[in-house]
Design a protein. Structure first.
Length: 254
């Protein structure tokens, strides 16, 4: 199909999947349990961090994690004691274990107390049409306090050729206001024009079948190629097509 036909096809799929019915079976349902900005962004960040593998398992473990944080993630991050952290020790999701979880809580506390929060930190190094430099600098700041070296692997760095799927997904949740009640759009200092598509196996395979992506590896170079193609379809809201690519791959086996 030509560019106009492809855009019409994908726009139709965006409408189909970018609606509240999508929430129930997606990890984004976890931050949707909260109302305050800081609770939403912390719940979203922690959920996105463990968002790999079986989606049901992701949702179950993220729900368990919120329970361990007393279903008040911002208050827990800011006001936890060492005793409070001990109950996180048994937590595990694949290779993200209790030690990683405790480290993340400490790093998040550092971000809120010393860097004015997550939105401010990501905004600090934002570029006109990219947040990949922001992600890399976020990782440096996140781990500037004393930390476990092993925990660094749970925050990707696009400047080291990672597609950074999970953190790009988190940024989509926070920045993109879809007027459909799925993405939150609570980070108004940043724009959807700066977002990159959360590139994974499903979206990558569909993008290749549709001619939006030629590179075989799902890495930072592939992400740039896909971003460039999606911006030609909609420069103002390129990552809305994540819904189309993901839906076609997961729900339709395209």
């Amino acid at each position: 199909m030509n560019k106009a036909e492809l855009k019409e096809f994908l726009d139709t799929k965006v409408v189909q999947y970018n609606n509240p019915r999508f929430i129930e079976s997606d990890p984004i349902k976890i931050p949707h349990q909260f109302n305050a900005k800081e609770d939403i962004e912390i719940a979203g960040f922690l959920t996105a961090t463990i968002a790999w593998g079986n989606r049901k398992s992701i949702i179950n473990n993220a729900t368990r994690l919120m329970n361990l944080l007393d279903n008040a993630p911002y208050d827990f991050v800011l006001n936890h004691t060492e005793t409070d952290l001990e109950k996180l020790q048994p937590f595990v999701h694949r290779t993200f274990n209790g030690n990683d979880c405790i480290q993340f809580i400490k790093c998040l506390r550092h971000i809120y107390l010393n860097h004015s929060g997550l939105e401010s930190l990501f905004n600090k190094h934002a570029e006109a049409n990219s947040l990949q430099k922001s992600i890399s600098n976020f990782k440096l700041t996140f781990f500037e306090i004393k930390h476990l070296k092993r925990t660094q692997k749970h925050v990707s760095d696009p400047l080291k050729n990672s597609a950074a799927k999970r953190i790009n997904m988190f940024l989509r949740w926070m920045i993109r206001n879809d007027n459909a009640g799925v993405d939150f759009g609570i980070w108004e200092s940043l724009s959807p024009t700066q977002l990159s598509c959360p590139l994974d196996v499903h979206s990558g395979n569909v993008a290749r079948k549709l001619g939006l992506l030629k590179r075989k590896q799902n890495d930072a170079k592939a992400l740039l190629e896909l971003d460039t193609a999606l911006r030609k379809l909609d420069a103002k809201d390129p990552v809305k097509y994540d819904f189309a690519l993901f839906g076609l791959g997961v729900f339709e086996g395209f």
